[in-house]
Design a protein around this ligand. Structure first.
Ligand code: BGC
Length: 759
């Protein structure tokens, strides 16, 4: 074991400062004098973008497997598969000499417009956290590091380097941080990458609360924090906040700024030493994994195919799928020939090979005749000729397979989408083809939801194939021909209209600020609360078979939060073919002091069932599954009360439910104070005991019970209702004439009593 502290002690100030800024676009500064190698990092997250010339930010990278992107893998809801993908990514990293993979990204899908949503998992923090955790565990199990990104609140591309995301404490704790928290505490990523944006006024790269108080002090993160590429503004402030490594390099001015700050006393050298210690710990850990060798290109391609097939979501099926030996298939859409399998930007992989969807169909289609029409051009122009050609072809065929990919000019890292629409040509194409061919299957390639109101009804079936990775072409064929029974479920809601989306009024912000006005209510939490109809709900996806849920069992009817609860349910494949079902567990709180979403995902499992087979799925819920974050206490709290356990096939398809009573073991200090309202005092279990006798007495003496009936004036106004929002102190001041003691003395006496009981 290398003695890191001893190494730090041997380093000069110049060496230490140099280590904290990259030596190149992708490497840290080596220190040959101390035998310290460089650390090489590469994007991430769904394949290696290993640039051979490390000085270059964007030159052609070495061939690597392009796995499906995160919105696709998330729809698989399969933690084991994510782990396997992680192991394969690590093997490629080792082969390509990469120490740390820059990913996964686990930001929340606040708006479907975020251009980079294809790189993120979900609108639900529990699901996103579980998937990120598995991917990290898979990669790191092979001695390769990860960089969990973009910490935090990088939920849009518009002004991403500077926008100030203004998010209240509760929404941060319940929505925007938990996926990071789960991954950090459970999978222990070697590094975390800070986001570009500001969070509540302070750049993430310089945010001490985020990088030190939350990430390290609360969550126990032990790795180093790296900046997103170009996210640092004030190098010294960033070091003080807890940002260890600035990327990319070289940046002599930054190195000199650190040296100068230590020399003039602005930066405590101990802060620099600590950053150096953290970086060196990872440099030395990475060096223990020998690099080089070949990776198994064919095996990884096959894995990419399996993952893609598992993640395809069957959105609609009138029974046409799986295809029943059609003789003539019209294959329409340029995405059938030019697979659209990844997104633009830093995650763009140079694939080892690419499956052409048309060719893969042909392989499985037996003697069927396949013919092709392009359908829509590469650019955004309208081309009636292409539509006419497609219609003519579709008319003569038994079935039309329409491959429609949202083009990169509509969706990429670097810019948000202006709308949720396909191109005008694509919409016209689908309408025209479905008008002549009722057996039309639309296959979508996109990283985030599109609206379908103008054409969905006319289709026979729709497959959401996502940005499907290099083997997606064959995965689609597998699903179309029933070699794979689709089992993907949406990890994000597909809305009916952009105007329905939760952040619609607050996206993407203005004057440099984006206010997360919808608070906790993103994704299904919002649609539930507003009872807003959606196109396809969170958790939704069809199969070629059917499943039944039964025998929901809870380990207890009453339980203490610290003991947790185990939920089990039987799932039966009631159809004729083998299939997989994603069982989802949501928790609904009957009553709480603060407003809560109607239900929240707290567990899930994917089970594989033969026809007629039943399996019991068991899911454990801990205290956190029932808790919410109370900003008044600055902590997660549980409250006594009843909760519903909802188990189902999607957020809108709950199949079984049971009610359970939770007993909270929390001892919380009283929140009551002199300015708390009468309503708060009476709602508080201790406050009511203390206030009630005095309150009742005063009410009796006041002209409260009068000729108009108890608590009403001549207009029928509810006088008690009037009193409820008076602060305690003001209440007593109004009653001064009826009091035997000064009002403030009574207020203080009650407060002392409350504190006496609670503390
Ligand atoms: C992206 C990161 C990426 C980095 C290096 C940045 O622009 O936001 O996700 O890892 O570039 O390519």
């Amino acid at each position: 074991m290398t003695n890191i502290q001893a190494l730090v002690a041997q380093m000069t100030l110049e060496e230490k400062a140099a280590l904290c800024t990259g030596a190149s676009a992708w490497t840290t500064t080596p220190i040959p004098r101390l035998d310290l190698p460089e650390l090489l990092v590469s994007d991430g997250p769904h394949g290696l973008r290993r640039v051979p010339e490390v000085q270059s930010m964007s030159s052609q990278s070495l061939p690597a497997t392009c796995f499906p992107t995160a919105s696709s893998t998330a729809a698989g809801w399969d933690v084991d598969l994510l782990r396997e993908m992680g192991e394969a990514l690590a093997e490629e990293a080792i082969s390509l000499g990469v120490d740390v993979i820059l990913g996964p990204g686990t930001n929340m899908k606040r708006s479907p417009l975020c251009g980079r949503n294809f790189e993120y998992f979900s609108e639900d923090p529990y699901l996103a956290g579980a998937l990120a955790t598995s991917l990290i565990e898979g990669i790191q199990s092979r001695g390769v590091g990860t960089s969990l990104k973009h910490f935090a609140a990088n939920n849009q591309e518009y002004e991403r380097f500077s926008i100030d995301a203004v998010i209240d404490e509760r929404a941060l704790r319940e929505i925007y941080l938990p996926a990071f928290e789960a991954a950090v505490t459970q999978a222990k990523p070697w590094t975390v990458m800070c986001a570009y944006n500001r969070l509540n006024g302070i750049h993430a790269s310089q945010n001490h609360w985020l990088l030190t108080e939350v990430l390290r002090d609360e969550w126990g993160f032990e790795g180093f924090v790296v900046s997103d590429w170009g996210a640092v503004h004030d190098r010294v402030a960033a070091l003080k906040a807890g940002l260890d490594l600035e990327m990319p390099g070289p940046k002599p001015t930054r190195v000199n700024a650190v040296i100068e700050a230590v020399r003039n006393g602005d930066l405590d050298e101990a802060v620099l030493d600590e950053a150096v210690r953290r970086i060196l710990t990872i440099v030395c850990r990475a060096a223990q994994t020998p690099k080089g060798g070949e990776f198994d290109v064919a095996a990884h391609h096959a894995l990419a195919r399996r993952i893609s097939a598992e993640s395809i979501v069957l959105l609609k099926n009138d029974g046409i799928l799986p295809l029943q030996s059609p003789e003539h298939i019209a294959v329409i859409g340029r995405a059938a020939m030019e697979a659209h399998f990844q997104g633009g930007g830093s995650s763009h992989i140079n694939p080892t090979q690419v499956d052409v969807p048309f060719a893969e169909l042909q392989k499985l289609a037996g003697n069927a005749e396949l013919s092709f029409a392009e359908g829509y051009p590469k650019d955004d122009s309208l081309d009636g000729g292409l539509i006419d050609e497609a219609v003519a072809l579709a008319r003569t065929a038994d079935v039309a397979l329409l491959y429609v990919a949202l083009p990169s000019f509509k969706e990429s890292e670097g810019y948000d989408r202006p709308d949720l629409d396909l191109t005008a040509q694509q919409v016209k194409l689908i309408q025209a083809v479905t008008a002549v061919q009722p057996h039309t299957v639309v296959i979508l390639n996109n990283g985030a939801p599109v609206v379908m109101g103008e054409w969905l009804d006319q289709t026979a079936a729709v497959l959401e194939a996502w940005m499907m990775g290099q083997a997606g072409g064959s995965a689609i064929a597998d699903v179309l021909f029933g070699r794979v029974n689709p089992s993907g479920k949406l990890a994000e809601t597909f809305p009916l209209r952009l105007i329905d989306t939760p952040s619609y009024l607050n996206f993407p912000g203005e004057n440099g600020v984006v206010r997360y006005g919808e608070g906790l209510f993103i994704g299904y939490r919002y649609y539930d609360a507003k009872e807003t109809a959606v196109l396809f709900p969170f958790g939704y996806g069809l199969s070629y078979t059917t499943f039944e849920y039964s025998n929901l069992q809870l380990s207890a009817d009453r339980f203490k939060d610290v003991d947790g609860l185990t939920v089990s349910v039987d799932v039966t494949n009631t159809g004729a073919v083998a299939g997989k079902e994603v069982v989802q567990l949501y928790v609904h709180d009957h009553e709480s002091r603060l407003v809560r979403p109607y239900k929240e995902l707290k567990g899930f499992a994917k089970v594989s069932l033969q026809p007629g087979e039943t399996q019991t799925v068991s899911l454990a819920l801990d205290s956190r599954a029932f808790a919410y974050y109370d900003p008044a206490h600055h902590q997660w709290i549980t409250e006594d009360g009843q909760f519903d356990i909802l188990v189902g096939a999607s957020s809108a398809d709950i199949r079984c439910r049971a009610t359970v009573s939770l007993q909270s073991t929390l001892q919380l200090p009283s929140l009551l104070h002199a300015e708390s309202t009468i309503r708060s005092w009476l709602a508080d279990p201790v406050g009511i005991q203390i206030l009630q006798p005095i309150f009742a007495e005063l009410m009796k003496n006041a002209d409260f019970f009068n000729d108009n009936g108890p608590g009403e004036d001549e207009n029928g106004t509810d006088l008690l209702g009037f009193l409820m929002d008076l602060p305690l102190r003001s209440f007593f001041h109004f009653q001064e004439g009826s009091l035997t003691q000064p009002p403030d003395d009574i207020t203080n006496m009650l407060l002392e009593q409350v504190r006496g009981v609670r503390v």
